[in-house]
Design a protein around this ligand. Structure first.
Ligand code: UDP
Length: 329
């Protein structure tokens, strides 16, 4: 198959691009490299274009035929989204509208979309199912909710099939293939812990230990990026087979506290990691855990990697990332 992967030079997009290419598919990455990395798409065709610009987008893709589109290109920092709402709506919502316009003009019908558990907002149930109310509490989550709605509305016109995959906490790396997470600034828990463990002179702060959870720290559902990659492949196959519009949670269905993640990182690193307890971070619910049973039913997908496998792979990647940063590889 021939696939277009927007945002394919980013963290999750590059892992899916790699998986598709391992499976023998032809992959074209479309990325403006605003946060993606050229090294992450080595060996793949890369089109550098910004989704906000319809005419250059149309020109870059004119006459191209794809069996499906994986759509990752989006801005994804919660804090930044509060400061720059228009920038988020332009990139995420207007960018998606442009992409769909070109997809419809070109006759590409199947789209797997990178959504997020942030569309739910504060959970009202211990496990979050797809039927949970959509009440995002930040601009980033709002834009993803609108992007899902946009895909759904176009689907209603009979012109597009879509699978919106709502990720919980994507983590881990395809360390053997020299892929992993690299954001600047880094805000995520596991890379922050491992950067500290590797000697970064940046203090590690745990945001609050007074939540109503067994150890007082927040609980999240961490899912290995390679498990996510398998689910994306399965979702595209579902669209090819049956079409339709689907929303599916992708998570392990099991939560770990920040302290449990820290312990798993200490295990991976083989030594203690120093940290400080800080104030709560605004907008952090105490517990976010997926009910991932629908994805299991619909895709026959079950995550194969546990928390320790996630942090072990992230630790291998962190060491390679430091070599890359230092220009030694
Ligand atoms: N967290 C933390 N220190 C950090 C980064 C994150 O204590 O340096 C906590 C954060 O408050 C949340 C959990 O770790 O409870 C996961 O945060 P992350 O930013 O990785 O993902 P999110 O759940 O916000 O998508």
């Amino acid at each position: 198959m021939q696939y277009l992967v927007t945002g394919g030079a980013g963290y999750i997009g590059s892992h899916i691009s790699l998986r598709l290419s391992e499976l023998g598919h032809q992959v074209t990455v479309l990325d403006d490299l605003s946060s993606g990395h050229r090294w992450a798409v080595a060996g793949l065709e890369l089109i550098e274009v910004d989704l906000r610009e319809l005419l250059p987008l149309r020109e870059a893709l004119a006459g191209r035929s794809f069996d499906g589109v994986f759509h990752f290109a989006a801005k994804s920092l919660v804090g930044e989204s509060a400061e720059r709402p228009l920038y988020y709506y332009q990139n995420n919502v207007a960018g998606t509208a442009n992409l769909i316009e070109v997809a419809l003009e070109s006759g590409w019908r199947d789209c797997v979309f990178s959504s997020t558990a942030a569309v739910y907002g504060n959970p009202t149930t211990p496990l979050i199912a797809e039927t949970h109310a959509l009440q995002p509490i930040n601009v980033y989550g709002q834009t993803k909710r609108v992007m899902e709605q946009l895909l759904s509305d176009v689907h209603q016109q009979g012109q597009l099939n879509a699978a919106c995959l709502r990720y919980f906490n994507a983590a881990g790396a395809a360390a053997d293939n020299h892929r992993g997470e690299w954001h600047e600034p880094e805000t995520h828990l596991i890379p922050n812990i491992l950067r500290r463990a590797a000697g970064d002179d940046v203090p590690l702060t745990i945001f609050g230990d007074d939540y109503e959870t067994p150890d007082g720290t927040c609980i999240r559902d961490y899912i290995h990026v390679l498990d996510l990659a398998d689910a994306h492949v399965g979702a595209m196959e579902l669209l090819h087979r049956r079409g339709g519009f689907h929303t599916l949670n992708l998570g392990n269905g099991r939560g770990y506290s920040v302290m449990e993640v820290l312990k798993a990182c200490e295990q991976a690193v083989g030594s203690g990691i120093s940290y400080a307890i800080g104030a709560r971070r605004e907008g952090d619910p105490a517990r976010l855990v997926a009910d991932a049973s629908l994805a299991a039913d619909v895709l026959g997908w079950r995550p194969a990697r546990d928390l320790q496998a996630i942090v072990d792979s992230a630790w291998s990647w962190e060491q390679y990332r430091r070599e890359l940063a230092a220009g030694r590889v």
